[in-house]
Design a protein around this ligand. Structure first.
Ligand SMILES: Cc1cc2nc3c(=O)[nH]c(=O)nc-3n(C[C@H](O)[C@H](O)[C@H](O)COP(=O)(O)O)c2cc1C
Length: 232
């Protein structure tokens, strides 16, 4: 399985943290992963405020509709983005691009955190003005989300996911397909594996059958020879 898929499956929203600081080299790697996310027109109109101060963390927890677990995180990242430039480049569509770009960046960071053994959570429920105030975010930029980082103090079961076929369609909306990789079998590694297994099974069966037929033929030959029939 792809290492990235494995990490994506492993990632969980962590809301309980150990009182152990996350090493700065890990934080820097997580931030760097955000920097490499795709961005419309490569404009990268975002800014991240890294929060470590307990007072500020308390303020953010309050601003996040009293989600007090947030202040236990070792680090809180406040991701802000400037809409103006995006809109001046792309008009109304720029607002969409901005949100999509920020989300891509966030996911890059969450996956990198998971890969480094750091727990994280995407926090979107907050009072925008209060979050902006806590980190001094100017009005030309808006806080879009918070990401908490810290060593996990909980084991979270995988929340239920919708089935593949109820969410992925082939060609047309609502065209559900079971076993996508097998339907598109021309490029399926699973199909190749199945074919190889079938080939090995068929070969085994062929060998067994050949052995039986050979044995059977020899028996007939023997019986005919005994009766004086010319078997040549
Ligand atoms: C846009 C967005 C906003 C979210 N806001 C919050 C939040 O305010 N508080 C919180 O505890 N989790 C928040 N989450 C995390 C989701 O609750 C979580 O991803 C979901 O329950 C699935 O669990 P998982 O992340 O462990 O797979 C948010 C996730 C997204 C994508």
């Amino acid at each position: 399985m792809s290492h990235v898929l494995e990490t994506a499956k492993k990632r969980r929203s962590i809301r309980k943290y150990l009182d152990i600081p996350v090493e700065w080299d890990k934080v820097v790697q997580i931030l760097d992963a955000g920097r490499y996310a795709p961005a419309a027109g490569n404009l990268q109109s975002w800014k991240i405020v890294v929060v470590t101060d307990p007072g500020q963390k308390r303020q953010l927890a309050e601003a996040c509709l009293k989600q007090y677990w947030i202040e236990e995180a070792s680090i809180i990242l406040v991701i802000c983005a400037k809409e103006e430039r995006m809109v001046s480049y792309y008009g109304e569509r720029g607002r969409q691009y901005l949100i999509q770009g920020v989300a891509a960046m966030a996911e890059n960071m969450l996956l990198t955190a998971t890969d480094l053994g750091v727990g994280s959570c995407w926090v979107g429920a907050f009072d925008e003005e209060k979050v902006a105030e806590a980190v001094g975010c100017p009005s030309r930029a808006r806080p879009h989300m918070l990401i908490t980082l810290g060593y996990s103090d909980e084991v979270v079961p995988v929340p239920p996911r919708e089935t593949f076929e109820s969410r992925v369609y082939l060609g047309k909306y609502n065209n559900r397909v079971k076993n996508f990789n097998i339907v598109l079998w021309d490029w399926s590694l699973q199909m190749q594996e199945t074919a190889q297994e079938s080939k090995a099974k068929a070969q085994k069966m062929w060998n067994k059958m050949s052995e039986k037929i050979k044995h059977h033929k020899e028996k007939i030959k023997e019986k005919m020879k005994k009766k004086g029939v010319d078997t040549k």
